[in-house]
Design a protein around this ligand. Structure first.
Ligand code: GLN
Length: 601
């Protein structure tokens, strides 16, 4: 096994995850099989109990692992399926060592950070690196390891020491270290400053890790004299110093690395020169260029709770992007804080209320993503109601599906107090209930998690067709509540259609509203399996419906000329400029690295 370690220095949030995934893309394009491991030096066993607002979304894997969102980047970029063990946390390592100690496996020894924790880390890495993740047999050729945090942090020390030992043990031809650093431009003259990188490399060397490649984040390409200086002070050849400058979209990053010959430096470091081909990356190039060229917008209102941090819904945004690019549309995500749609806001902050409703009403499609807790639930119900009554394409994911059912029960069945027992435990009309197998006392890892099968019960339903009429689909789950099986007959008689169910036929997985242009709710999270070039079926349906393209089959040949739903209703295409200048979600429209907040885009 060959290892590529990606570490970070100076500041966090340099986009190490995207860098590491992009390196994987380039190596894969050289013909190598690539797997990856993300190290998170925090004490949580997994990301399942962490707030998306603080830490970004919780990514869910096929095996039910609730992991750091960077694993989503790896899965999307490398088109692989990772396991929960591909995300190492301090918590997991300590737990395994303490379990071993309790079993008496250390035979009376004093159990210490060095060597017991550091050994456990190395064993974990070497074991997990061998797990095939690309659907083929046998282990990958290269394992890209991303070390979270910044070198020098107290909490990452055991990992740094373990990786030092690993690099020494496997030898220089099997271990290549890419250090991601920052070259700030501080004064008006625009001088690129190397000192922070020098310090960070000194720190790295002091800990016994020697960088083969420096990847420097800067706004513009590094000047030659800056590279020379870095090379001299950091002992890294100038041709192995790369600049990761701001680009128009994330898909350019692998191309940027390839153009600076990252593969040559890595293959040299791994003694693989001559064994691997040249990375062509034609598909990536085409996709990156297409995304830049798209100008006709599709406006999707995201009605959620964590609208302040786009990382909270990262995979949903990615899935929307994949589907929009497939439909040749420029994605514009309009954030709507669900609470702003509620009556209380109308009283307390009428401007915010009006603005939120205006955004919702001008959207081509509405998406209510997954969520927990009762904040904003009423606003989400109002958004689903608006979509249903006004025939606006709607996609409800997990909580968004439950919301659609609550709204229908209230408005159509007339059950005014219909609710989920998550929000009102005493409701007389519990249309969404706690699942029998759940736990109310232990939050970590106790939901219905991971890949589960949904069987289509109606062959001619919209989603069955979108998924290609294959009878069933495997998607990832993360929920504690479900639609109340006892209310299904009542809901179906009133017009709602439960077209997808689990193997027992009792658990509802997909709901549709027949006769509506596109009204779909899914209990699973289709966003986790969407890939660039292979968009998720239900997201594709939403974007096609929102842009008046035929929902099934190939896009209309002149789709780029079709006006959006809004502009059609005005009779004229809305001027492009007004969309371009609008107040839109910053992150999706800015480059990967230009928002400076460490947001993964
Ligand atoms: N809170 C809901 C449940 O537990 C929805 C979860 C989600 O949207 N991921 O069922």
């Amino acid at each position: 096994m060959k290892y590529v370690l990606v570490s970070g220095g100076v500041v966090s949030g340099l986009g190490k995850g995207v860098m590491a995934s992009s390196i994987g893309v380039v190596l894969k394009a050289c013909g190598l099989r690539v797997t990856s491991i993300k190290i998170d030096p925090y004490l949580n066993t997994d990301a399942g109990t962490m707030s998306p607002f603080e830490h970004g979304e919780v990514f869910v894997l096929d095996d039910g692992g609730e992991v750091d969102l960077d694993l989503g980047n790896y899965e999307r970029f490398l088109d692989v399926k990772l396991t929960r063990d591909n995300n190492i946390t301090t918590g997991k390592i300590y737990q395994s060592v303490i379990d071993k100690e309790r079993r008496g496996d250390y035979l009376g020894k004093t159990v210490q950070v060095v060597p017991h924790i550091t050994d456990a880390i190395q064993e974990w890495i070497e074991r997990v690196a061998m797990i095939p993740v690309d659907g083929k047999e046998g282990p990958a050729d290269v394992c890209v390891i991303e070390l979270g945090g910044t070198v020098g942090d107290i909490e990452s020390m055991p990992f740094v020491e373990a990786l030092r030992q690993l690099s020494y043990r496997v030898g220089p031809g099997n271990f290549c270290l890419v250090h991601v650093s920052l070259v700030p431009v501080v004064n008006v003259v625009g001088e690129q400053k190397t000192k922070p990188t020098q310090h960070s490399v000194r720190e790295l060397r002091g800990l016994g890790l020697i960088p083969n490649i420096l990847a420097c984040r800067s706004t513009k390409p590094l000047e030659d004299n800056v590279k020379e200086k870095l090379s001299q002070f950091c002992h890294v050849p100038a041709e192995s110093i790369l600049t990761i400058y701001d680009v128009s979209n994330i898909w350019h990053i692998p191309l940027l690395l390839r153009d600076q010959k990252v593969h040559e430096a890595i293959l040299k470091g791994l003694n693989l020169l001559g064994f691997a081909g040249n990375p062509e990356l034609q598909e990536w190039t085409a996709r990156a260029e297409l995304q830049d060229k798209l100008s006709y917008p599709v406006r999707i209102a995201m009605v959620g709770k964590y609208t302040g941090l786009s990382d909270s819904y990262l995979s949903v945004l990615k899935a929307l992007l994949h589907a929009s690019v497939e439909c040749s549309r420029k994605l514009m995500v309009e954030w709507v804080a669900a609470t702003d749609l509620e009556d209380a806001t109308a009283r307390e902050d009428p401007d915010a209320f009006e603005a939120a409703w205006n955004v919702l009403k001008s959207a081509d499609g509405i998406l209510v993503p997954g969520g927990f807790g009762d904040r904003g639930v009423q606003g989400k119900i109002l958004a689903a109601k608006y979509a249903r009554e006004n025939r606006i394409p709607y996609l409800g994911i997990c909580l968004g599906m439950q919301i659609a059912v609550i709204e229908f029960s209230r408005s159509i069945l007339g059950l005014h107090d219909a609710n989920s027992t998550e929000f009102d435990p005493d409701t007389k009309n519990p249309c969404v209930i706690f699942m029998p197998e759940g736990s109310k006392t232990h939050m970590g890892g106790t939901m219905r998690l991971g890949s589960r099968r949904t069987y289509f019960h109606m062959a001619d339903s919209v989603t069955a067709k979108l998924y290609g009429n294959v009878g069933y689909v495997d998607e990832r789950h993360r929920h504690r509540y479900e639609v109340n099986p006892e209310m299904i007959d009542q809901l179906e008689q009133a017009g709602l259609s439960f077209v997808g169910k689990d193997e027992s036929g009792k658990r509802m997985e997909i709901v549709e509203l027949p006769g509506h242009p596109y009204f779909v709710g899914v209990q699973f999270h289709p966003e986790f399996k969407s890939r660039p070039g292979k968009p998720s079926a239900v997201f594709l349906g939403l974007i096609r419906a929102a842009t008046n393209q035929p929902i099934f089959g190939m896009p209309h040949p002149s789709h780029n000329k079709i006006a959006t739903r809004n502009s059609m209703s005005n009779g004229t295409a809305a001027p492009l400029k007004s969309f371009m200048n609008g107040k839109i979600n910053g992150p999706l429209r800015t480059s990967l690295y230009s928002n400076g907040n460490g947001v993964h885009i």
